[in-house]
Ligand binder design. Structure first.
Ligand SMILES: *[C@@H]1O[C@H](CO)[C@@H](O)[C@H](O)[C@H]1NC(C)=O
Ligand SMILES: *[C@@H]1O[C@H](CO)[C@@H](O)[C@H](O)[C@H]1NC(C)=O
Ligand SMILES: *[C@@H]1O[C@H](CO)[C@@H](O)[C@H](O)[C@H]1NC(C)=O
Length: 580
């Protein structure tokens, strides 16, 4: 990809053109709000949604809806998202005119979210295609899971197809982090952004066309779709700190529903493969394992498992999986022998109690698990390794001695949820690149209200990027924050309007904030209809109450842009004069 990589600290041509067109829309909007502004001094306003699973996804919809009603939305140049916010962002942008007809757009997404799950065949059709790819990872499973059980739509639209759209909507930026850099690399390799035009490392300034992200070979266009993108952006679980066993169960349960395949068997297979050291006695008494089944059922289960494993062995060339399968096969054989002996000795007793069988029928026929034996083995293998976000590395063998070696020596890197680092998309909007005057940060994060903000401040300091000052006194309000704070940018710093979801206006005290956060906790998916309605309303009300503040900040941003422009003009004029 040597020739496809763009190394630069500036926005790409495609984004520049889009932004230029979008400024016409912004200009009209600001003028209609009574803000004095001309074509060459349109302020750069970015609206950023945070992580927070479905809580963030829904509240963002409410906030955007209200901004449109108040005539503020069209003044926004950029929309940036991490994690949960990206789930609803990607759904909104499936309508190229969403910000013009936002009532319909929001309604469509909400009725989808409160409607039935996606049919398993549709999810499977997507997954069975993905599993063939070398970069198949848990992120694919997670993307399909989010799409089919939370957003309830398998959105196969490609982000790169949006590159040719007109400027009806703010320019979208989706964010992720690279896992290696996130945990041990230098700070400038961490943040990763994906726009309709380009994808790449924000601070290293290394990008590739979005249609090429994930491609393995020159000339191939992987063109990731929204299902995959939602999986990448919303994979906060990838850090391995969230309770792995619970999430594993959650994933296995979903797969078992898709395939009509017993959860017990999946769990048991997983446990076997995870812990190859089990003795067969232990295996027999696994809590959900075949230990709970009657002898005939065990007999037939082992038969089926043998078949499954034998088939999986025939269809995979992956050496790690083959070796797992062989160990598993050996285990099964040992156990099977024991089972035979046991059932012979018990057969006399059993004749007397014929009535207590058939309670757990396990069907291995359905769903294509047998025909795609490798699928389930691959998933289990990935669960054991907890492997997420595998993406073919467009910088592999890229020649530039100034790059960190880990970037061009590995065939793939791993993209995971940006919320693990900074739960609001600030990093893409700091510094000269997008030259932002005003950031509206809609923070739906859990925990300490200012955590993300202060993490972003420290991140900016590390990279020497301007960030407004945050008065330490304000941080004392962390458990029961106001609904809106303005952190004013003086010179190069953007101004930040910071709006926490649960606050003094909708919670009577700190306890209620905590209670609300646990009622709408991030990992209880999916939300009920009542919860969704409540969150939409909360998002709207927060916006509505602060309309005047936003208007005032829009105005200041326009003034600042104008005065900066005139300073620049004066400087360049005096340069010219001195040359003369
Ligand atoms: C708008 O800005 C222009 C340029 O700075 C100025 O000449 C004009 O008086 C302003 N108009 C209003 C209504 O403030
Ligand atoms: C974008 O295209 C749509 C549909 O063709 C059109 O209705 C709309 O006015 C255009 N918007 C802008 C900002 O150019
Ligand atoms: C290598 O990186 C440096 C510094 O980032 C840059 O100026 C130069 O153009 C790059 N070289 C190539 C061949 O891309």
């Amino acid at each position: 990809f040597q020739n496809s990589v763009r190394q630069s600290q500036h926005v790409c041509a495609g984004e520049q053109v889009y932004v230029q067109k979008r400024k016409q829309v912004v200009l009209q909007s600001l003028n209609s709000l009574g803000i004095n502004c001309s074509e060459d001094s349109v302020p750069h306003i970015a609206l950023l949604g945070s992580g927070g699973g479905q809580r963030a996804a829904v509240a963002l919809l409410g906030s955007l809806h209200q901004m449109k009603k108040d005539g503020l939305l069209d003044s926004v140049l950029y929309l940036g998202g991490v994690s949960g916010s990206t789930w609803s962002m990607s759904s909104l942008y499936s309508d190229p005119q969403w910000s013009v007809k936002i009532d319909t757009a929001v309604q469509t997404i909400v009725s989808s979210m409160t409607g039935p799950d996606v049919e398993w065949k549709e999810a499977w059709s997507w997954l069975s295609d993905r599993v063939k790819k070398e970069d198949f990872s848990l992120t694919d499973i997670w993307g399909a899971l989010i799409s089919s059980t939370i957003m309830k739509k398998m959105d196969l639209r490609r982000l790169s197809d949006e590159a040719s759209r007109n400027a009806t909507n703010p320019y979208p930026i989706y964010c992720a982090v690279e896992k290696y850099f996130f945990s041990e690399g230098s700070v400038d390799g961490k943040w990763f952004e994906v726009s309709p035009h380009e994808a790449g490392f924000t601070d290293l300034g290394l990008f590739i066309e979005t249609s090429l992200l994930g491609s393995k070979l020159q000339g191939e266009k992987a063109r990731i779709d929204m299902v995959k993108l939602q999986g990448i952006c919303g994979s906060a679980l990838a850090d391995g700190e969230t309770d792995i066993e619970t999430i594993t169960d959650y994933i296995l349960k979903w797969l078992s529903e898709i395939f009509g395949f017993g959860l017990a068997v999946l769990r048991w297979l997983y446990d076997c493969m995870k812990n190859m050291m089990f003795s067969y006695e232990e295996l027999l008494h696994r809590p959900f394992g075949p230990g709970d089944l009657a002898a005939e059922e065990k007999e037939s289960l082992y038969g089926d498992l043998h078949q499954l494993i034998a088939h999986a062995k025939d269809t995979t060339k992956d050496r790690a999986i083959l070796s797992d399968l062989e160990k598993l096969q050996q285990l099964l054989e040992d156990e099977h022998k024991t089972l035979r002996k046991e059932s012979e000795s018990k057969s006399l007793q059993r004749k007397e109690s014929d009535d207590q069988q058939g309670s757990q029928q396990l069907s291995l026929e359905s769903g294509g698990l047998i025909t795609d034996g490798t699928f389930i083995m691959k998933v289990i293998h990935l669960l054991r390794k907890w492997e997420w976000g595998t993406t073919n590395n467009f910088l592999y063998k890229y020649q530039n001695s100034s790059l960190p070696p880990c970037l061009h020596t590995k065939e793939s890197f791993h993209l995971v949820d940006a919320g693990l680092l900074v739960n609001v998309a600030y990093p893409s909007f700091l510094g000269d690149k997008r030259d932002i005057d005003l950031i509206i940060a809609l923070d739906y994060s859990a925990g300490n209200a200012f955590e993300t903000l202060t993490v972003a401040r420290d991140y900016a300091a590390e990279l020497k990027k301007p960030f407004p000052e945050i008065d330490e006194k304000i941080l004392e309000e962390k458990d029961w924050p106001k609904d809106c704070y303005v952190f004013e940018g003086k010179k190069k710093e953007p101004t930040i309007v910071f709006m926490p979801l649960f606050n003094r206006n909708n919670c009577k005290d700190a306890e209620e904030v905590t209670a609300k956060m646990s009622e709408f906790s991030t990992f209880q998916l999916p939300y009920s209809q009542d919860q969704i309605v409540f969150l939409l309303k909360t998002g709207k009300e927060n916006m509505k109450r602060n309309k005047e503040t936003l208007l005032r900040e829009f105005k200041k941003a326009a003034e600042r842009r104008r005065s900066r422009k005139s300073v620049l003009q004066r400087i360049s004029q005096s340069c010219l004069l001195s040359l003369v």
